[in-house]
Design a protein around this ligand. Structure first.
Ligand code: SF4
Length: 335
């Protein structure tokens, strides 16, 4: 019997290298594992917790994200790719589960705590920026997971508290209404944090330091030419330290076969930064070309993307409907 895997991504922008090397590349591997039935949710409702004042942005990003995912090799024949907002059973479960968790417990959730801190730092005032929907998003995640009988959830270490929160809700539900829901297990995968072009510890849209999978050759060239290198290398033939240089970091990331030479020549001062950046631009374009080519296909066949999302959502909804029926029976609200 196949195990159900569920994961999700918020449609808040296009995929960049941070997403690709962080998690999405792993999804492409998981979809080929015959032991798993893989559900991938485009979490547009969750994206609204931050973008409720401009939902058109979220809508646009749903299709953008779907195209990015298909371009990196996500196969809709192997994965149920679906849109969260089109499955009302998730919203229904969220309401029922909201009675099974206290506000105090949600505020204690380390992931929520960290995000509240970040909002506070950004807006200065928690009261104005932290909504009920935001604090309650782990409840909505528990609904996402259980609607599709999620048994294994691919996560990084930092998301473990969200899985634990879901397990608690499941245990509470089962203790009151009977043993119906499965407690999900985390499927810990290494989701390395990818550094930005500016040397920041994290690549991110808001930080303006990202390389997007859909970037054109011109955009790549401009971004890499501005990447941070060893600040002590002033002249072309100054020896430098590649390990503090973002250009070298990206040579490594995309596995430039010439890596050893880059390192040696940099250390000996036998390579100038402009030459080194030009080489990276060429290698980066070679790396991105097959993704761009696929994306172009989907950009020219939007109706195919819509069909994939429609069919994925229909198949996922069938499972959610079954779960909802059982939940209503267990709660004796199946009038
Ligand atoms: S030569 Fe290359 S690796 Fe060395 S500092 Fe310049 S850009 Fe970085």
């Amino acid at each position: 019997m196949k195990k159900n895997i569920l994961t999700g991504i918020r449609p808040t922008g296009n995929l960049h290298l941070g997403h690709y090397f962080g998690a999405s590349r792993n999804w492409i591997k998981l979809q080929d594992n015959p032991e798993y039935d893989f559900h991938l949710e485009i979490a547009d409702v969750q994206a609204l917790t931050d973008h409720f004042d401009d939902p058109s942005k979220v809508r646009e990003n749903v299709y953008e994200l779907a195209m990015d995912l298909l371009s990196i090799g996500l196969d809709p024949k192997k994965v149920h790719l679906f849109i969260q907002s089109q499955i009302p059973e998730i919203a229904e479960l969220t309401v029922f589960y909201s009675n099974l968790v206290t506000m105090a417990r949600l505020y204690r959730n380390p992931t929520v705590k960290t995000e509240i801190k970040q909002k506070k730092a950004l807006f200065g005032n928690e009261g104005e920026s932290v909504t009920y929907g935001f604090v309650g998003y782990p409840v909505s995640q528990a609904a996402d997971i259980t609607a599709f009988n999620g048994e294994l959830i691919p996560v990084g270490e930092d998301q473990l508290p969200l899985i634990e929160q879901c397990r608690e809700i499941v245990r509470k539900f089962n203790s009151i209404y009977g043993d119906l829901l499965k407690e999900p297990e985390p499927l810990l995968s290494s989701t390395p944090r990818i550094k930005g072009l500016d040397g920041s510890e994290k690549m991110g849209k808001s930080l303006g330091n990202a390389i997007y999978l859909k970037d054109s050759e011109e955009e790549i060239s401009k971004k890499i030419m501005n990447a941070i290198t060893d600040p002590n290398k002033i002249k072309k033939d100054d020896p430098a330290n590649p390990h503090i240089c973002m250009v070298y970091y990206y040579h490594q990331l995309i596995q430039n076969p010439n890596l050893e030479t880059v390192c040696e020549e940099c250390k000996k001062g036998h390579r100038g930064c402009v030459q080194c950046k030009k080489e990276l631009i060429q290698k980066m374009n070679e790396f991105l070309d097959p993704i761009r080519e696929k994306r172009k296909y989907y950009e020219n066949h939007q109706e195919e993307v819509e069909k994939i999302l429609k069919e994925g959502t229909e198949s996922a909804r069938a499972t959610a409907k079954e779960t909802m029926k059982k939940v209503r029976e267990a709660m004796k609200i199946n009038y």
